[in-house]
Design a protein around this ligand. Structure first.
Ligand code: CO
Length: 503
């Protein structure tokens, strides 16, 4: 690998970045303001752009640079500095994956995923599993073909997971998740036998416009740069990168449950802060984005749960919130708000789940999709397997498939191997937070005074600035000095819920 090769890669990479950000603009518009009549042409616009990106990434120039290389360890990187090493590795990984797929498979996957996703919307609305499964049965073999094309050592699941969380495998997830399941169940038992929390004051009428006013005021103290982003409303909250200097977030408001809108804003702002904090040096390159979904989720959840659902946060925010909603919150204390937003209650829907049962929702999905990918169960078994596992893990059986196996969009998009990153995010987060406090001292007083700069500066320096230079595993080692360890998250949960439930 020569300087000249790297220069060539960077020229192509810069165009891929422009195409990718252009495609994000179209995607953002599709989720926010597009008139419904224009959806059909929009999907063709997006598909054209992904074709162009595929062509650039697998062009003859790139092929000749990586000619004969059979895997990452065959790249000759010894003469390069750390940044160039990381850059070539990342580019090669993207190239290897794209080049492994025939253009026929890429087209078929995209076409069938788009059909399955639109059918899923209807199936969820009408609670019709058969409608969904008819198309999902056509999508699944294509996903398996993708896994085979990427290649794997132990399980085809590993090949799919690697797209979202580089270096992670199904067997390492098994050994991480099994003890978590037991400890979370134990904690749920303790919570269940303690006096329950009242959150009725959060379930009054909260008009969207006032929620927006109260929530968006947090963005500036958090450090979100409005000159490089904006906040809009969409059906499902998300963060998207429309350019190196344009990282937008969306939220939604539930007028009958206040925390939903507030925590969507904080969560998405957490994702956006990661992207806004990436070093300028990585602009226009494949290193200029967060390194994995799990690390991304560690950032959003840190702001949402570790900070936003803490008692110090409510010492800071209660007064402000009460000035916006004086009647709804009359006589409600900081401590009651803290306890209210942390109420634990096993429920059917993952995205509405509390911080404790959320983990079991993820474990349920991981177990099922792994069995599906390894062909131990088939698509038609999904509802019964789902319901049984839900009874076992959460103690409740969904009243219909729309509140069970049909609730999430991921499988209909062909995104299998994605769910575990949500739980990995919690684990990374707890480990990072512990390390941060060991260096900065307790962060409680800063949070109580609404001074988030110490936190943001630490995250910028240790995590955000690196973009994708390190894989998630390398980053955890580099930042905390050890590999991923779930003990930190378990002790965080236990300490926190002792305070919420007074046991
Ligand atoms: Co997220």
């Amino acid at each position: 690998m020569t300087e000249k090769d790297i220069k060539k890669l960077k020229e192509i990479d810069s165009e891929i970045n422009l195409l990718s950000h252009t495609s994000s603009i179209l995607g953002w518009d599709q989720e926010t303001y597009i008139p419904s009549g224009s959806i059909e042409e929009r999907s063709r616009q997006l598909s054209l752009l992904s074709g162009l990106m595929h062509d650039r990434l697998t062009s003859d120039t790139v092929k000749s640079i990586f000619n004969g290389i059979q895997g990452e360890n065959e790249l000759s990187l010894d003469s390069l500095n750390d940044t160039d090493k990381g850059y070539v590795r990342k580019f090669y990984d993207n190239f290897r994956k794209q080049a492994a797929l025939s253009s026929e498979l890429v087209r078929e996957l995209s076409r069938q995923a788009s059909i399955t996703q639109s059918v899923w919307i209807e199936a969820r609305k009408t609670d019709d599993f058969k409608l969904f499964s008819g198309q999902f049965e056509k999508l699944l073999p294509l996903v398996l073909e993708k896994a085979d094309s990427y290649g794997y050592k132990e399980s085809p699941y590993d090949a799919l997971l690697d797209e979202y969380e580089k270096g992670m495998t199904a067997s390492s997830l098994d050994s991480l998740f099994t003890p978590i399941e037991k400890k979370v169940r134990d904690l749920l038992g303790e919570i269940g036998s303690a006096p329950q929390v009242d959150d009725s004051f959060l379930r009054k009428n909260y008009p969207s416009s006032l929620q927006g006013e109260a929530g968006s005021k947090l963005l500036s103290p958090m450090g979100y740069d409005m000159n490089r982003g904006r906040l809009d409303v969409s059906a499902h909250p998300f963060t998207t990168k429309l350019g190196f200097d344009d990282i937008r977030i969306t939220t939604r408001y539930d007028e009958n449950y206040y925390p939903s809108g507030l925590y969507s804003i904080i969560h998405e702002a957490g994702h956006a802060l990661y992207e806004q904090g990436i070093s300028e040096e990585f602009k226009d390159t494949c290193l200029g984005e967060g390194t994995s979904l799990g690390i991304h989720e560690s950032q959003s959840r840190m702001w949402e749960n570790f900070i936003g659902r803490s008692l110090p946060f409510w010492k800071y925010f209660t007064k402000h919130l009460k000035s916006v909603f004086p009647e709804n919150l009359a006589g409600v204390s900081e401590k009651e708000l803290f306890r209210g937003v942390n109420r634990v209650n096993p429920s059917f829907i993952r995205v509405e789940a509390d911080e404790v049962t959320y983990n079991l929702h993820v474990i349920l999905r991981f177990r099922i999709e792994k069995e599906l990918i390894e062909k131990n169960i088939s698509v038609k078994d999904l509802p019964s397997v789902w319901n049984e596992l839900s009874r076992d893990l959460l103690g409740i059986t969904p009243d219909c498939n729309s509140n069970g196996v049909l609730q999430d969009v991921h499988w209909s998009m062909g995104a299998l191997g994605y769910f575990p990153t949500y739980l990995l995010g919690n684990l990374y987060c707890a480990q990072f937070y512990r390390k941060m406090e060991s260096e900065t001292g307790s962060l409680d007083t800063f949070i109580e005074y609404g001074d988030f700069s110490v936190i943001l500066n630490w995250l910028r320096k240790n995590i955000h600035s690196y973009g994708s230079l390190y894989s998630p595993g390398e980053l955890v080692e580099k930042v905390t000095g050890e590999s991923l360890n779930s003990d930190y998250f378990i002790s965080y949960l236990n300490n926190k819920y002792k305070k919420v439930y007074n046991f």
